[in-house]
Design a protein around this ligand. Structure first.
Ligand code: CA
Length: 233
């Protein structure tokens, strides 16, 4: 079953960009350019998550959120242009699940959408995975912020690379097959498994001292990949 996201955003170019990124992730996206149109789509379609702009013509995002929270529990990611709004979003308990500040990277927003969808669709799994900070080797990973650092230096990983790493970290000590990884990250059984190898290769290039002699993501011949518990701290 494909997930469906409702984007409520009056700037059509931004909405189109978000839509493009979500579609590339295999997520359906509907667009409303004001809150009232958003209500109609919400009533008609099965929506799994809302990306909500605050500054809208007519009813604003905050009011929209308050209204739908009486009926709907689906995750809402707020997109706001002003830094000040963040305090409001957090302080007032508006019922938002997450927020991003404009200008934002559509890649980061798509990753947040995926993380929130996963939490919403698999509450048990997200409970189990609550640990936010994971330390391994010389690295610290913040699983919620999609951030990985070595000392003060941020390492740049794509959202998918990050998710593959996180999956192996959360299953440390257990070898995972490319099929396991594909299913967990890409969400189905029918993809091209070489994608997994490509992502592992990129992760090794970015994380390992010597990517041909990996010490972080090891290969288990005939099985797949493992991160050993010994490197976790
Ligand atoms: Ca706006």
């Amino acid at each position: 079953m494909k997930a469906a996201v409702l984007i409520i955003e009056d700037e059509v170019e931004i909405a189109d960009l978000i839509k493009l990124y979500l579609n590339n992730e295999g997520i359906d996206a509907f667009h409303a350019d004001n809150a009232e149109a958003g209500f109609l789509i919400l009533k008609e379609k099965k929506i799994d998550l809302i990306v909500l702009d605050i500054n809208l013509p007519g009813m604003d995002g905050f009011e929209f959120l308050q209204t739908i929270r009486k009926e709907y529990r689906i995750p809402v990611i707020i997109v706001s242009a002003r830094q000040d709004d963040n305090d409001m979003i957090l302080g007032l308990g508006t019922g938002a699940d997450d927020y991003v500040t404009k200008p934002f990277s559509p890649k980061v927003l798509a990753a947040r959408v995926r993380a929130n969808l996963r939490r919403y669709m698999n509450p048990e799994e997200s409970e189990k995975n609550k640990v936010r900070q994971i330390r391994f080797s010389d690295y610290i990973v913040d699983s919620e912020a999609y951030l990985i650092k070595k000392g003060d230096k941020k390492i740049s990983l794509s959202p998918r690379e990050f998710e593959v790493l996180l999956y192996l970290l959360k299953n440390a000590g257990v070898p995972k097959t490319p099929e396991d990884i594909y299913k967990a990250i890409w969400g189905n059984n029918f993809g091209d498994l070489t994608t997994v190898a490509v992502h592992i290769q990129r992760l090794r290039k970015k994380l390992e001292k010597n990517s041909t002699l990996p010490e972080i993501i090891e290969t288990v011949h005939g099985v797949g990949y493992i991160i050993r518990k010994e490197i976790l701290s």
